[in-house]
Design a protein around this ligand. Structure first.
Ligand SMILES: C[S@@+](CC[C@H](N)C(=O)[O-])C[C@H]1O[C@@H](n2cnc3c(N)ncnc32)[C@H](O)[C@@H]1O
Length: 267
């Protein structure tokens, strides 16, 4: 997500060099240490999921993190409730990174877990977290946009919908196209069952970003565009803009938008 300020010419999702995406460089740039922005996001997401399951208790659900990349904290945020968590990712080296994290994920992710652990739902599985992650996470190489096709067959015939989901810095950070941004959010929504709680994060005002020596496209979105992209899919949504200067340690964007909500029950 570290960005250089430049305007990309049109780069669609299929045009970007995903197989060159270097997960180690990405982690070093973004997740080596816990940043204030991620601590704040984790706090809101923790409260959102924990409040949801207090009202609707369930510990036998399947979760999905779309475009997981080299970020484990969205998956960790779903860990207390899931029997299975799918990490869907397009880029080959990211898939390899995620599979490599399964047996014993790196200690650098513990500072992220500690924020989650301030809630008893997470604290109760603290001792067990690595074993759960190892046993319950499945890494799948795949394309977010393939979720769209499932509509053709009708939802009742699709066994592959999930009961909780996350998608962090994906829909706006995989293409310069606003149409692909909206399709990305729609595909995330299509992957979720009615009533499923979700959390999604977006870079605001991003012009693209470098990972190692490669450049990746982004499209410039604001909070209104994020809210609009969820219209027709949600029964409840709350968006927050994190725009304090302490959140702008990653240059080239103007803030972060977090959307927490629940999938429409009638969909
Ligand atoms: C900016 S990174 C975000 C990674 C991670 N979710 C995070 O929070 O840092 C965007 C991710 O989306 C993945 N991606 C790009 N196109 C995709 C697609 N069509 N389907 C699934 N994942 C995709 C990239 O490989 C990359 O890992």
């Amino acid at each position: 997500m570290t960005s250089r300020v430049q305007t990309d010419s049109d780069v669609l999702n299929d045009d970007a060099p995903w197989d060159d995406f270097d997960p180690r460089a990405y982690v070093d740039q973004n997740y080596r240490d816990l940043l204030d922005a991620d601590a704040e996001i984790l706090t809101f997401v923790r409260e959102h999921f924990s409040n949801h399951f207090r009202e609707h208790p369930d510990r036998l659900i399947r979760g999905i993190d779309i475009g997981a990349g080299a970020n484990l904290y969205p998956a960790l945020s779903m860990l207390p409730w899931c029997t299975e968590i799918t990490l869907l990712e397009r880029a080959r080296k990211n898939v390899r990174y995620l599979r490599g994290q399964k047996p014993h994920y790196d200690v650098s992710w513990d500072s992220f877990w500690e924020v989650l652990c301030q809630d008893p739902e997470y604290a109760v599985i603290d001792a067990d977290r690595r074993e759960r992650f190892r046993a319950r996470v499945q890494v799948e190489q795949g394309n977010l946009f393939a979720m769209e096709r499932r509509k053709l067959f009708g939802r009742s015939r699709d066994p592959r919908r999930w009961q909780i989901g996350t998608m962090f810095f994906v829909a706006e950070s995989i293409s310069t196209s606003h149409a692909e941004f909206r399709r990305g959010v729609a595909c995330f929504m299509e992957a979720l069952e009615p009533g499923a709680p979700f959390a999604a994060a977006f870079m605001e005002g991003s012009r693209g970003y470098d990972v190692g020596d490669r450049h990746y496209p982004a499209c410039d979105v604001d909070e209104t565009q994020v809210r609009e992209s969820f219209q027709g899919f949600v029964e409840k949504i709350e968006t927050r803009r994190l725009g304090e200067s302490s959140h702008l340690v990653r240059p080239g964007h103007t803030g972060i938008i977090l959307a927490c909500g629940r999938r429409d029950r009638n969909s």
